[in-house]
Design a protein. Structure first.
Length: 299
């Protein structure tokens, strides 16, 4: 009999290659370092490597500052926007696969019956996905109680405010996990990404600068996919689950990518040392006219 999957997070579908806007490059680059802060010239050069003009990057930086998503430091910028910092916390958990010992219990969140506008319902769904809950039916969300608390405090507070929280012990937790998440689809995509990391990793280790642009897109794809991993206890996973191997491979890949990028940045600075670098424009006020050029799309 074919099993019907009741719910699967949107992010578990095979992601399409993103359009690299200035904002996406800046945010992705900062999300990949800890603390999330880099010199202006590194942000501009990295975006230029990925096909974004320096002027476009500087306008995007100014907009991010104006929206309180970036903060200027001494010749550098760091992420300060709460949603972006929360995303980095979730990304760190995704990469580590950090889980607690599991005692067999589940967390159950039943959405309170209050009528809420669509924006608030969407906000709650986003929080559920960030906390890696699966939806059994409308308004009923569950997950094994094996993840650390305090990683995403705002999402946890939202859940506590709008839901009745219970603990449960399903009779057949393996069957329930299969109903809540499409584990086969996640595994298939993870194995395809594993092959892509293997293909690109050697080129990055050999300092092939031409592999950096493709490597950046691949890195973003892998991180998105890791964030769609429900991080289930081993007892609930299919045999030969590819999550641990994908994380181990990605850690080595990321080291090679960063070393290659640092080497390219040194070469880039040396070749452009005779050119003066224009100042980053001031943050645009809401009364300033919109500058010409491509629009900055949400990341």
């Amino acid at each position: 009999m074919t099993r019907r999957v009741l719910s699967r997070p949107e992010a578990q579908a095979a992601p399409k290659a993103p359009r690299l806007t200035a904002r996406s490059v800046i945010v992705s680059t900062l999300l990949g370092v800890s603390p999330p802060e880099l010199p202006t010239r590194s942000l501009v050069a990295t975006a230029e490597l990925l096909g974004v003009a320096p002027g476009t990057t500087r306008v995007a930086i100014s907009r991010l500052v104006a929206r309180d998503e970036l903060e200027a430091t001494t010749d550098a910028y760091r992420l300060v926007g709460a949603p972006l910092l929360a995303r980095q916390s979730r990304q760190v958990l995704s990469r580590r696969g950090a889980i607690r010992d599991w005692d067999g219990s589940w967390r159950t969140a039943i959405v309170n019956a209050d009528r809420r506008p669509p924006a608030e319902r969407a906000e709650l769904r986003h929080a559920m996905a960030a906390l890696r809950y699966g939806e059994l039916r409308e308004g009923v969300w569950l997950r094994p109680d094996n993840l650390p608390t305090g990683v995403l405090p705002e999402a946890e507070t939202l859940l506590a405010d709008r839901c009745t929280l219970l603990r449960s012990r399903p009779d057949d937790p393996v069957d329930l996990a299969e109903r809540l998440w499409d584990l086969g689809a996640w595994s298939g995509r993870a194995r395809a990404m594993q092959r892509e990391l293997d293909r690109l990793g050697g080129r990055l280790e050999r300092r092939h600068h031409e592999a950096l642009a493709e490597g950046f897109v691949t890195s973003a794809d892998v991180l998105r996919h890791l964030q769609a991993d429900p991080l289930l206890p081993a007892e609930l996973l299919p045999p030969d689950w590819p999550g641990p191997r994908l994380r181990t491979t990605y850690a080595a890949y990321d080291d090679a990518f960063k070393a290659n990028l640092a080497d390219w940045l040194r070469t880039h600075r040396a070749s452009s040392s005779n050119r003066s670098e224009p100042a980053t424009p001031r943050p645009r006020s809401t009364t300033d006219p919109e500058p010409d050029g491509p629009s900055v799309q949400p990341f």
